[in-house]
Design a binder for this molecule. Structure first.
Ligand code: NAD
Length: 497
């Protein structure tokens, strides 16, 4: 693995596109003195150019055959596999801070989805032909046009490929912008994919909200926005897109509740480990992490005791490249400070108890990087920011509930509704509780990415988003319905001669 900083460029019309301005160097959150690489800041004009190219390319790409698109995407999948994914995973861990096993997992899930998309797109997007008492109707699934894809830093590769694969397979063209906080590994993957498609089908630009973000969300040639990121950012994007009525898939923040019922076996070590992982994987920086745990009051004390034991066993904080490490640093200083402010607030206001979890494997490194020792917050109230806000970091509040009615009320008492989970001994009963939770997904006796399956739709309700990714819905999301009607009765009888 090279330790020299890497430099990445935009890709417009199949070529690397140089620009003067660079983003602040991407530092390694494990050791911010180390510069991992540089990404550019494109101008509004660069972005317009990329959109123009994608717009022109759309006229030919939309007429390509499905077989050709699948063949090209399959070649891209192979190129990603051949491009020594450990190297891409290493780069991801260095720029992001997530443990190496976690980066490898992200690439594996990305490939799984791309393969699912290739295997299923033909069937899902095929024309439906209906013969009926008034002739024939064809219901086609057309490509939409130019898609702007805007992605966050926490899962940069999987949250980009989740958009690229279905969009291109359906015949759309795309301009993608990753987050400046983890732009490097994903750019390598995008380049591999773009190289397998005609120039202009998949373009890559870099930068933040000003200029690039504005152009991607307001340019009239953009037909759809596929955005994953924060709910506040989505509000700006919706406003920017309003004047030209763009299609949108929005995958936004979450504050996912885990409900632990009174028949949950607190001595089930494996289940307890799954709860801990569902709170702390990727240092808690996942949209679908279980971010608040509600436990039946009759088992609250024993649950907390066993939970702390399980967390102390699983959590080993340190260098993402150390095989013993389960949790690396937080991605950036701003995020670490925000998470700490929520913890401090809970402590100072209501006197909540904050319990440190797990082990720090290398104290010297810990002090250098943006590390946070994971914590559990006990004694917070439902309206404390640590419970209300999406913390997006390695801390989780545990609160007791009176009865199931109360638990469902607490879980639904949020502007968010991404995922959730119910933990209990009786599956059927847990499912009944699950049905009453307002969320895009509810998992039984597991949570977060442990229960994720690319074959099924994923997305949020309420302010956690609009639309779905993954599954058949994730393929249909990049199409518009086009009805071709061939009626037998051509003249309407009630219209006078
Ligand atoms: P963010 O909203 O700050 O940024 C996301 C992307 O939007 C980045 O590329 C950023 O540069 C860009 N952006 C920011 N302002 C913009 C604007 N005005 N116009 C256009 N683009 C703009 O989010 P983040 O901090 O990168 O990611 C964390 C958030 O993402 C969390 O809230 C998390 O829950 C959410 N997320 C959701 C999902 C999901 O599937 N629902 C998955 C991962 C992350």
């Amino acid at each position: 693995m090279s330790k020299n900083p890497i430099v990445i460029d935009a890709i417009i019309n199949g070529e690397k596109y140089k620009t003067e301005k660079q983003a602040p160097p991407r530092e390694n959150p494990t050791n911010p003195e180390e510069i991992v690489g540089f990404s550019p800041v494109n101008t509004q004009e660069d972005t317009r150019k990329a959109i123009d190219v994608a717009y022109e390319t759309f006229t030919t790409w939309r007429r390509s055959s499905m077989d050709e698109r699948i063949e090209r995407m399959s070649r891209a999948i192979q190129k990603i596999k051949d491009a020594t994914p450990p190297e891409i995973a290493q780069l991801l861990s260095r720029e992001h801070g997530k443990a190496l096993y976690d980066s490898k997992g992200e690439i594996a899930v990305s490939l799984m989805w791309m393969e699912f998309a290739c295997d299923n797109v033909k069937e899902v997007l095929k024309n439906e032909v209906q013969r009926h008492d008034n002739g024939k109707t064809i219901i086609a699934k057309d490509a939409i046009g130019v898609v702007s894809a805007i992605t966050p830093w926490n899962y940069p590769i999987s949250l980009s490929t989740i958009k690229v694969a279905p969009a291109l397979l359906a015949g759309n063209t795309m301009v993608l912008k990753p987050s400046p906080l983890a732009p490097l590994a994903v750019s390598k993957v995008i380049e591999l994919i773009a190289n397998e498609f005609p120039p202009g089908v998949l373009n890559l630009v870099h930068g933040g909200e000003a200029d690039v973000g504005v152009e991607l969300t307001s340019n009239p040639k953009v037909a759809k926005i596929a955005f994953t990121g924060g709910t506040e950012t989505a509000k700006h994007i919706m406003k920017a897109a309003a004047d030209t009525i763009k299609h949108m898939t929005l995958e936004l923040g979450g504050n996912d509740a885990a409900i632990v019922l009174n028949d949950f076996d607190v001595n089930d070590e494996k289940a307890m480990r799954r709860i801990v992982i569902s709170n702390f994987l990727t240092a808690g920086q996942i949209c679908m992490i279980a971010k608040r745990i509600y436990v039946d009051k009759s088992i609250y004390d024993s649950f907390v005791e066993r939970y702390i034991e399980a967390a102390n066993k699983w959590i080993r904080v340190g260098d993402p490249f150390d095989k013993n490490v389960t949790i690396g640093p937080v991605n950036n200083e701003k995020q670490a400070k925000y998470v700490q402010s929520l913890i401090d607030d809970a402590k100072s206001k209501g006197g909540a108890q904050v319990v440190k979890l797990g082990e720090i494997l290398d104290q010297a490194l810990y002090e250098k990087g943006y590390f946070m020792q994971p914590t559990v917050v006990l004694g917070a109230s439902q309206d404390d920011p640590i419970v209300v806000e999406e913390q997006f970091g390695p801390t989780v509040p545990i609160l007791p509930f009176e009865d199931e009615e109360h638990a469902i009320h607490l879980a639904n008492d949020s502007i968010f509704g991404l995922t959730s989970s119910v933990w209990g001994g009786e599956e059927e009963h847990a499912i009944e509780v699950a049905k009453r939770i307002q969320a895009g997904t509810t998992m039984i006796n597991t949570a977060a990415v442990q229960g994720l399956d690319v074959r099924f739709p994923f997305g949020g309700v309420k302010q956690s988003g609009i639309g779905r990714e993954y599954g058949k819905e994730g393929l249909l999301a990049y199409t518009d319905t086009h009805v071709i009607n061939v009626p037998d009765q051509l003249d309407l009888p009630y219209i006078p001669e």
